[in-house]
Design a protein around this ligand. Structure first.
Ligand code: S3P
Ligand code: PEP
Length: 430
């Protein structure tokens, strides 16, 4: 399915933010790793959350759901012996479950998105799992991947954080269940460092002890721990909401999104600060963001690694700013659902934006007068490209057609419904 985005000068309305993708993944995971019954209120409903639900059920968790919650009977440190798992296009789910699979005799992760997740690297995690005594068969660091585990050992584990924080999160989730204590040392850099704060927060809520260095470059994890069964409530999602807030910022708007906690550990809450730096009129109080856009934005410079999954939305806003914006320290955007620098900038250019790429930077020469539009956009299987190009389309002179926009459902299936409820001129077409 494609979407046609037509010029939309004004947006108005309010709704509650979708539920956080990252917290939904983590709560479902720690619930599965517990031996008791946990309850997760307001989980996200999306392709990625379906993927983890399906896989933990395959591994032996029992899930029951109603409108507001999921109840999970976990499998603890004894996942069921399953031959194959299909994580769809969900990177975090794959990496976390590769670690869980170390507790199983043999699991193969299949490759159902050869042009998206199938291209993403997992070498650093594969290397670290090898140090635990786990045998991993792989296709040059990519899917399909077979993990032969059984009895992984703890001890000293090194892992590179230069490509993704998800490898480290995966090891953090696994190591408390091992017989021995572990010491995890992060080599090179640690990208998306703030996301590790979400991992540690959820582990602590599940009763797990981890001694983390302040810079998150080393961890002491006592072994023989058990995840407690608990009740969890999923907070609102900043990365998805960032696109709606960017849409409000580039139009004349009166848009309110509830359920966005000021004190969240989601780095993407920086969308609020970045829009403020761009001089967009907004307030953020009591978990509610209220944007009263006037269509005027100023350029910014921003370290994108602090808000990885909101950078594309920030860039879309910067397309209409006065002056040149620079988003730096963003190289790991290249290892996502697509290459979010080269592929994204190619689509922005096609839409008429003036952008430049560096190895680890995105430069945007703002065009407050708008962009031409009138072209068909390739979504590159990437929900965040789809959301961001929609923002650009609202202020293009001619409509944008976004091909295969249904991939938005990876994280935010109701994105176009939410935008339409604000008055956006967006339409699904075959
Ligand atoms: O741990 C997680 O849930 C995630 C970590 C981040 O990935 P990287 O660490 O690869 O940047 C983020 O982009 C992704 O959407 C979710
Ligand atoms: C990169 C993302 O997800 P994942 O790595 O979990 O596929 C994302 O949600 O933007």
């Amino acid at each position: 399915m494609d979407v046609i985005v037509r010029p939309t000068p004004t947006l108005q309305g309010e709704f509650g933010a979708l539920s956080s993708k990252n917290y939904t993944t983590r709560y479902l995971l720690v619930a599965a790793l517990s031996e008791g019954v946990s309850t997760i209120y307001h989980p996200a409903h999306s392709e990625d959350s379906d993927a983890i639900r399906r896989c933990i059920a395959d591994l032996g968790a029992v899930l029951t759901e109603d409108e507001e919650k999921i109840v999970v009977q976990g499998f603890g440190r004894h996942p069921r012996d399953v031959k194959e798992l299909n994580v769809g296009n969900a990177g975090a789910v794959l990496r976390f479950l590769m670690a869980v699979a170390a507790l199983s005799p043999e699991v193969t992760f299949v490759n159902t998105y050869p042009d998206s997740l199938g291209k993403r690297p997992h070498d650093d995690l594969i290397q670290a799992l090898g140090q635990l005594g786990v045998e991993v068969e792989h296709n040059n660091g990519r899917l399909p991947i077979t993990i032969r585990g059984g009895k992984p050992q703890g001890g000293r584990i090194t892992v590179s954080g230069a490509v993704s924080s998800q490898y480290l999160s995966a090891l953090l989730f696994l190591t408390p269940l091992l017989e021995e204590d572990s010491e995890i040392i992060v080599l090179d850099d640690l990208k998306s460092k703030v996301v590790i704060g979400q991992t540690l927060e959820v582990m602590e809520q599940a009763g797990i002890t981890v001694d983390a260095a302040d810079d998150y470059m080393s961890f002491q994890v006592p072994g023989r721990q058990a995840y407690a069964a608990k009740s969890y409530t999923v907070q609102g999602d900043y990365p998805g909401s960032a696109a709606v807030l960017a849409a409000a910022a580039v139009t004349k708007s009166d848009v309110t999104i509830h359920r966005l906690a000021e004190k969240s550990k989601q780095g993407e809450r920086a969308i609020v600060d970045v829009l403020r730096m761009m001089e967009v009129p907004l307030t953020h109080e009591n978990g509610t963001v209220h944007v009263q856009g006037n269509g005027i934005l100023k350029a910014v410079e921003f370290d994108g690694d602090a808000a990885t999954d909101a950078v594309l939305a920030m860039v879309a806003a910067a397309v209409f700013a006065e002056g040149t914006s620079r988003f730096y320290n963003v190289e790991n955007l290249r290892y996502k659902e697509c290459d979010r620098i080269t592929d994204y900038l190619a689509e922005l250019t096609r839409a008429g934006a003036k952008v430049e790429e560096r190895r680890d930077e995105i430069i945007v020469h703002g065009t407050p007068e708008g962009v031409e539009g009138g072209v068909t956009i390739n979504a590159h299987y990437d929900h965040r490209v789809i959301m961001a190009l929609t923002v650009v389309g609202l202020r293009a002179r001619q409509p944008l057609r976004i091909k295969d926009a249904h991939h938005v459902a990876k994280s935010y299936p109701q994105y176009f419904d939410h935008l339409r409820s604000l008055g956006a001129n967006v339409e699904w077409v075959e």
